[in-house]
Design a protein around this ligand. Structure first.
Ligand SMILES: [Zn+2]
Length: 345
């Protein structure tokens, strides 16, 4: 679930939005490719840079025939006899690494990624993370009725199709480490909460931040509690780790994975805090009486939701519930009917 927002406007770097297959130089030496996605969020931004002996690509698009066709077309025009040498993935969500295996095997690109993201991507790209029965058990505790369990777990059961098998080998990106692209030094700044170990890439010399999904100009990144780590507190992780980005200059040019390149880093970091504060307050307000995770999700997102929307709604609701629970502002009761309910203290 991503939330459309009204906020102090950021400034976009360019009015131009590339068509599928178009390669657009958004900043000197940085090419912007906008790959279509068959979801409500209908595109992802990808970046390419040329070096003397090859190309570097950041993120991939999902695994489907259309994305592969667009890549074949782009590489045919662009690579100019050079190889696709390195593939850097900001994190292991399918729109970012879905074609990582294909690009590695077909074009020889070596994968650079953080360790937790590689591990997660490697597991999920080789089959479901867990059994359907495991998801059902989790969803029963959240309050999903028996006849809707399949619908609510479908998004997870089918996620592996969005990935080609993530490569067996990778080079590790770690928080604070640096690497070189075309003579410029890039620093890895790890963000948490949206993904487990999301890499943002910062080049001080170029004054550019490749932000992945950690900082987006229009929407708020999805922050979800997942069934495999039900006690996680990803919202706290997200807000805390974002503070590491405060030291960057406000003039930094941000290349985000969705919508357009922009400036306005502090505006967005401030907005994420106020947006989630509002949501937390709303959840506390809703929980005057004991409610299940599902009931809270339905009050937060009263609109009609498709399968994926339902999965995101529960994950988002649980991330706010978990934050309040750890903060001592919401109390959980485990009930004889097997459903956990939450009430404000
Ligand atoms: Zn993501």
């Amino acid at each position: 679930m991503t939330t459309l927002t009204e906020t102090k406007p950021v400034e976009y770097l360019s009015d131009h939005i590339p068509e599928p297959g178009e390669v657009y130089e958004v900043l000197p030496g940085i090419k912007w490719i906008r790959m279509p996605l068959p979801f409500q969020l209908n595109h992802i931004n990808l970046w390419m840079m040329e070096e003397e002996d090859g190309w570097v690509l950041i993120d991939t698009g999902i695994n489907n025939d259309r994305t592969k066709d667009i890549w074949r077309d782009i590489f045919g025009r662009l690579l100019n006899g050079k190889s696709l040498k390195r593939l850097i993935c900001t994190h292991a969500h399918p729109d970012h690494i879905g074609l990582g295996g294909w690009l590695h095997r077909q074009y020889g690109a070596e994968l650079l990624i953080t360790r937790e993201e590689w591990t997660f991507g490697r597991i999920v790209s080789r089959g479901p993370m867990a059994s359907t029965e495991f998801y059902h058990k989790y969803l029963r505790r959240v309050g999903v009725p028996e006849d809707e369990l399949d619908e609510y777990s479908q998004h997870l059961v089918s996620a592996e199709h969005l990935y080609e098998e993530v490569p067996e080998r990778y080079e590790r990106l770690r928080d604070g480490s640096t690497f070189d692209i075309g003579g410029h030094s890039w620093e890895v700044i790890v963000g948490l909460g949206h993904a487990m170990e999301h890499a943002c890439l910062y080049c001080e010399e170029l004054n550019v931040l490749i932000a992945g999904d950690q900082v987006l100009p229009k929407i708020s990144p999805t922050i979800l509690v997942h069934s495999h780590e039900p006690k996680a507190n990803p919202l706290k992780d997200f807000l805390d780790s974002n503070e590491k980005l405060r030291r960057l200059p406000e003039s930094v040019k941000i290349l985000p994975s969705h919508n357009q390149p922009f400036t306005g880093l502090q505006i967005r970091l401030d907005y994420f805090i106020s947006h989630h504060d509002e949501r937390l307050e709303r959840v506390r307000d809703i929980c005057r009486e004991p409610l299940s995770g599902l009931e809270i999700a339905q009050k937060l997102f009263p609109q009609e939701l498709d399968q994926s929307g339902k999965f995101f709604a529960i994950g988002e609701a649980m991330s706010h519930i978990r934050y309040l629970e750890d903060d001592g502002k919401l109390k959980r009761t485990e009930n004889p009917d097997g459903i956990d309910r939450f009430q404000r203290d």
